[in-house]
Design a protein around this ligand. Structure first.
Ligand code: ZN
Length: 621
């Protein structure tokens, strides 16, 4: 898995043409403030800018402090701390305000000293003379003035926390972006690498790339940002950590603590690959016109859908190809789905499978404090990936009557909607955000769709529970979910649910569902929607204790018929005939005493199919 991520990171690097500064010694950073200085080293201004990414020296800050060359946060660059920050507030609470001030003052003084110390090695670069003057010979007009500007300028809190870049007025690029500076950073890095390589224990073959070109060892790996879970620590979380117990990879036998042999180059590229998978996407807006991101390699596909979700799936192919099939899972287009199913089943795909060496990868991640937990890992050929998705759509396909077009059509549910159809709702009909099962359900659905695996039966319990309690009952999405759970759990000759109404021999529970829907329509014909429908009152009862419930329902039904016969005799005859037709399929004097879980699912589908049929009859008449 690390190898595939590292390969992706290397591929991304090779595709980067507009930025020649791609190197292990450099890392993308975001800047939010610019400190402009005159050639004599005096301050011009300290101003926020719109956030911008830039290449800067890659530094590790796991233990102690380390200054990044020429660009860093306010503590390092200006030697100030933010008395409004949570860090200060926390310290003040623990130790009192004056001790907190004292402590942080010392902290930023040390950081500034370190930052200035790093400049010593740049004395020979004339173009940086103004920066050296700013910190050394022109302190009062330089760093001193900047220190004051920080407090006087009323900089927004989010900008105060970001990085500050230094600009010498008249220059086209920031000081840290100068070619000479990048060259210096890389040269320093390479010489450190050489020192590491000269130690024999670091000159071992890397288990990822198989080379001895870069040193290996437990150099701390860079953090990864944006994995959902509990609160993400500042900076991000680590996929591989060397802190000892609970290494997430032990179960995958990837990397043990002591014998980790990943070189510095692979360690950097796998982090770049994963960070890209987690963040790459296009800016968009939500229905409420808020900023959103449509992710290109992550599911759920939108940032707005990732709130309250504690897992994320990322996916890609070795060749980094576009995957339109994943888009279909998110927004199925019936024509495209039909084409996919056709191309897989007709065998045209089979012929070309050996010509398609590309592989599909996906894994499920979740964050826990400083670590990332890998919950699942999928690796499959592109051919099998497509076949699984085609199979998935066949399994979730369910008929739905379209009253506008006055015809039945195949409903292909979105993966996300299927997950949602199990989510608890509040009394006002909105989704209950505390229902943590959404993420778990989503992860199972994702795997089932991509690996053609069965879904757990607890999901059927959930779907039926929602069908009973939700105002909308057995929706098309719920019916689709129930169908795929049932069909994928059948062992040896069980009843396969088809997309549309069943004509041949049907299980009793399925017929009971149909009869229930018919009784519901008779009540509606007799009473209108003045009373609570029988679904609200009897669905759960009929699902769990059919014999007792149907006894009552038929009693109730004869009363509805008496009324209907006097008011609408023609309709009464038709409905009665239809009811008798359904009852022919089972012995109505001997309804079962109860239904097992799978039978309850069949009941729900029978009910759904019958309802769709009745909708079509209503609109046709
Ligand atoms: Zn390597």
């Amino acid at each position: 898995m690390i190898r595939e991520l590292s390969d992706l990171g290397k591929r991304l690097r090779s595709q980067q043409t507009d930025n020649q500064w791609v190197h292990d010694a450099l890392k993308e950073e975001t800047i939010s403030l610019v400190l402009t200085i005159k050639p004599d080293g005096s301050l011009v201004s300290l101003r926020p800018i719109e956030r911008k990414t830039t290449m800067a020296e890659a530094v590790q800050r796991t233990s102690g402090i380390e200054a990044r060359l020429l660009v860093d946060n306010c503590g390092y660059v200006i030697g100030v701390y933010d008395p409004d920050s949570s860090v200060f507030k926390k310290k003040a609470k623990e130790k009192g305000e004056s001790r907190a001030h004292e402590g942080l003052k010392k902290d930023v003084a040390a950081k500034l000293a370190l930052f200035v110390h790093r400049l010593d090695g740049l004395g020979d670069l004339e173009e940086l003379a103004p920066v050296l003057k700013f910190y050394k010979s022109n302190k009062e007009g330089g760093i001193g003035a900047a220190n004051q500007a920080y407090f006087l300028n009323n900089i927004a809190k989010k900008d105060r926390a970001g990085n500050v870049a230094i600009l010498v007025s008249g220059d086209a690029v920031y000081a840290h972006e100068r070619e000479s500076v990048y060259r210096r950073i890389i040269a320093n890095y390479e010489s450190r690498q050489l020192v590491r390589l000269s130690s024999s224990s670091n000159k071992i073959q890397c288990s990822i790339c198989g080379r001895e070109e870069f040193p290996v060892g437990d150099f701390t790996h860079y953090p990864i940002k944006g994995v959902p879970g509990d609160k993400e620590p500042a900076g991000g979380r680590k996929l591989i950590s060397y802190n000892g117990d609970n290494n997430p990879f032990e179960s995958y036998e990837m990397v043990g603590n002591e014998n980790c042999v990943i070189c510095t180059n692979c360690a950097k590229t796998y982090v770049e690959g994963l960070n890209w998978l987690l963040s790459d996407g296009a800016k968009t807006t939500t229905k409420k016109n808020k900023e959103d991101i449509a992710y290109s390699h992550r599911w759920p596909r939108k940032r707005s859908q990732n709130y309250n979700v504690d897992t994320a799936m990322v996916f890609w192919t070795r060749e980094n190809k576009a995957l339109p099939e994943i888009d279909q899972l998110e927004a199925p287009d019936p024509d495209e789905v039909a084409r996919l199913i056709d191309s897989v089943t007709s065998g045209r795909e089979n012929d070309s499978r050996y010509l398609e060496p590309d592989q599909f990868y996906s894994f499920t991640l979740s964050g826990s404090a400083a670590r990332i937990i890998v919950r699942d890992w999928i690796e499959t050929s592109l051919h099998d990936f497509r076949a699984s998705i085609a199979k998935w759509f066949k399994d979730v396909a369910i008929t739905k009557y379209d009253p506008d077009l006055k015809q039945f059509k195949t409903h292909y549910a979105r993966l996300y909607d299927l997950a949602r159809s199990c989510q608890r709702k509040n009394s006002d009909g909105s989704y209950d955000k505390d229902d943590a099962s959404l993420a778990r359900t989503a992860a199972y659905l994702w795997n089932a769709a991509l690996k053609n695996t069965p879904l757990p039966l607890w999901m059927l319990t959930k779907a039926l529970q929602r069908a009973r309690l939700d105002n909308h009952g057995v929706t098309s999405d719920r019916a689709a979910l129930i169908k795929v759970i049932l069909n994928r759990n059948i062992k040896g000759g069980g009843f396969m649910i088809t997309e549309g109404m069943e004509d041949g021999s049907k299980p009793v529970a399925y017929v009971c569902g149909q009869i229930f829907a018919k009784l519901e329509s008779i009540q509606y014909a007799a009473l209108g929607d003045r009373n609570a429908g029988i679904r609200e009152r009897y669905f759960t009862y009929a699902l769990t204790s059919p014999a007792a419930a149907f006894g009552r329902l038929f009693n109730l039904n004869s009363k509805h018929f008496t009324k209907l016969r006097t008011e609408r005799p023609g309709l009464a005859v038709t409905l009665d005939k239809e009811l008798q037709e359904l009852c022919k399929d089972i012995d109505i004097r001997r309804f079962p005493a109860n239904f097992a879980l799978e039978e309850q699912g069949q009941f729900a589908i029978g009910y759904y199919h019958q309802r769709q049929k009745q909708f079509s009859a209503v609109t046709k008449n």
